[in-house]
Design a protein around this ligand. Structure first.
Ligand SMILES: NC(=O)CCC(=O)C(=O)O
Length: 257
């Protein structure tokens, strides 16, 4: 399976519309990949709290339209990262969109753990409730978003629902880059699953981004890691390694709780 993680730059020097057009073009350039991944809140920036309200879109808004078309033009499964979603009957949500190679929306995931403690996303957005998995030929994706990475019980739930490849779009800051790498490897090892974690480059709202998108295999080996700048991280992996790792080192079977 070939996956491309698009570590796009998110900064104030580019308009949301221009970045949307550029992201769609980058997705189209990945034709031939099986799965393409974009980061969290790449239209606004994950820390650009003041823009969440002004740039929020309905689920089937401009980013949905652009990404559905890009997925079908490229013929790829697309985890299009997340958007600030405006629910007509409720609050904003940090919502990930996943498209099939024909451009159909196959899943939407509203981020469960909101970041910011008593400010930012934690107060501006509502919390999702539902775990989301997506069946692809050869593997089942389990999806989570950025701060979710710190909550291992969410990933256990995804594994119980059949997840073998954990896809985590993020807008992780440089300040806590060591946590990002460590937690990505931990989630891979403890769940004996692939982890595909895609961050952003650049600086927005004064927060330098870590970049360093990473792909980890079920044994915890780092298969590929990006630098800090905009980059397409492409990796080939064998989804069958999840089953062999779980068979040869059956720690998941020893769960007591
Ligand atoms: N956008 C986020 O969820 C940021 C998470 C983060 O900075 C952290 O967990 O540290």
């Amino acid at each position: 399976m070939r996956a491309s993680l698009i570590q796009i730059t998110v900064d104030e020097g580019e308009s949301v519309e221009s970045r949307r057009v550029r992201a769609a073009s980058l997705v189209r350039q990945q034709a031939g990949a099986d799965l393409v991944v974009l980061p969290e809140l790449w239209t606004t920036g994950a820390f650009a709290y003041e823009e969440f309200g002004t740039e929020a879109e309905p689920l089937e808004g401009p980013t949905y339209e652009a990404m559905a078309k890009a997925a079908s033009d490229a013929g790829v499964w697309l985890h299009a990262g997340s958007i600030p979603e405006r629910d007509p009957d409720g609050p904003l949500y940090n919502t990930s969109l996943i498209f099939s190679p024909s451009g159909e929306l196959v899943a939407a995931y509203r981020k469960i753990h909101r970041f910011g403690f008593d400010k930012g996303e934690a107060v501006l957005m509502g919390a999702g409730r539902d775990l989301v998995t997506v069946r692809l030929p050869g593997t089942t994706l389990g999806v989570a978003t950025c701060y979710d990475l710190r909550f291992p019980e969410l990933f256990r739930g995804l594994v119980d629902a059949g997840a073998e490849t954990l896809v985590i779009p993020a807008g992780w800051p440089e300040r806590r880059r060591a946590h990002w790498t460590l937690l990505a490897q931990a989630r891979a090892v403890e769940n004996q699953a692939f982890v595909l974690a895609c961050g952003t480059a650049g600086t927005h709202a004064g927060v330098p981004q870590a970049g360093h998108s990473i792909v980890v295999d079920p044994w915890g080996e780092v298969l590929a890691e990006a630098g800090a700048d905009e980059e397409i991280l492409t990796v080939e992996f064998d989804p069958g390694k999840v089953a062999t790792t779980r068979e040869q080192f059956p720690a998941l079977k020893d769960r007591v709780l």
